[in-house]
Design a protein around this ligand. Sequence first.
Ligand code: PLP
Length: 395
Amino acid sequence: MTDKSPTPSPSSHTADSLETRCVHAGEPRPRPSGALVAPIYQSSTYEYHGEDYHDVGYLRLSNTPSQLSVARKIAALEGAEAALVAASGMSAISATLMAFASAGDHILAQDCLYGGTQGFLRGELHRFGVSHSPIDPQRPESWEALLKPTTRVIYVETLTNPLVQVADLEAVVAFAREHDLVSVIDNTFASPVNFRPAEHGFDLVMESCTKYMNGHSDLIAGSVAGSAEQVHKVKLTLDHLGGALDPHACFLLQRGLKTLAVRVRAQNGSALALARLLESHSAVARVNYPGLASHPEHERAAALFAGFGGMVSFEMVGGTAAAETLLKAVTLPTVAVSLGGPETLLVRPAAAIHSQFSAEERTASGIADGLIRMSVGLEGTDDLLADLTQALEAV
Ligand code: PLP
């Protein structure tokens, strides 16, 4: 469906600051009926005006005004030519991998990926004849030995979960170009405020918009951004998988995106302060945060990122027992999975998000039983510092 009334002349604002893009990019212009906030187009189908039938508006085809408007905003934020929204982060990831890998093909994938992505690679993709090899993101010299004539994709995450490691991202782009692979990156932990992979040469950028992009812990959504041609290829697969985002979720996501820059910058600031506090405390054995000089990839992160993010993880000296005591002693943070919302969330990965892995697999990935992951929210920094201090003293 081409953009006809009431959403003509979308404003792209790609030359503006990120803050301005958050507010204005992709919004319908002129404003439908003058409404300051773009309406929710809660219609499954749209009137036929003689266009190609593939372009007629239909919600599952992600070509209706609410979907197009939020996708345009995301493209502008990512610094990409085009974007597509999907029903979840996993929906965007699975459609992208299925669009670029067919039976008999092979994928190089970072060895410590989000569990859902690992599960999809090991499960569905393997069942359908797509194999993958794990790569050590810090050792580009080891990647070539894993290449096959059938390798099509190289897949990494900007910041890993839960150890917040930073892969050699520039090497990933160079390797993909040299070997004619599609480079795909899950940028969920960074968000486009801290890092815009498309501007560094990545072909496709995924976000679980459930996290920072929406930022209010009240919806599930995903996005993929890149060249118009490659995003269209993903869209055709998403159309068949039925993973379109519904108009009400588009509206909420569009609203959330307007405050993305200010939210993420506040979270960056609090996370750094909390990481420093944790690093100075005797109950904590180790802190993982790329903003700390002690982080092994601190220099790379400082060179590439505009901010170090809101995700911190730390290992308690007293292992599981100490970690569990701390989780009970905090009063502001909530113990819950997910991340990127206004509420500070804590989770012990060995008991929750990494419990499906064996103890040996967790040890091999560096995930100790006493490790806690923290998604720093939007509470006052001093309040969070005070609460974490009293909880550490209780251990
Ligand atoms: N990527 C990362 C890094 C995640 O943390 C998650 C979810 O936690 C996903 C992708 C999947 O996103 P969703 O839950 O929106 O499908």
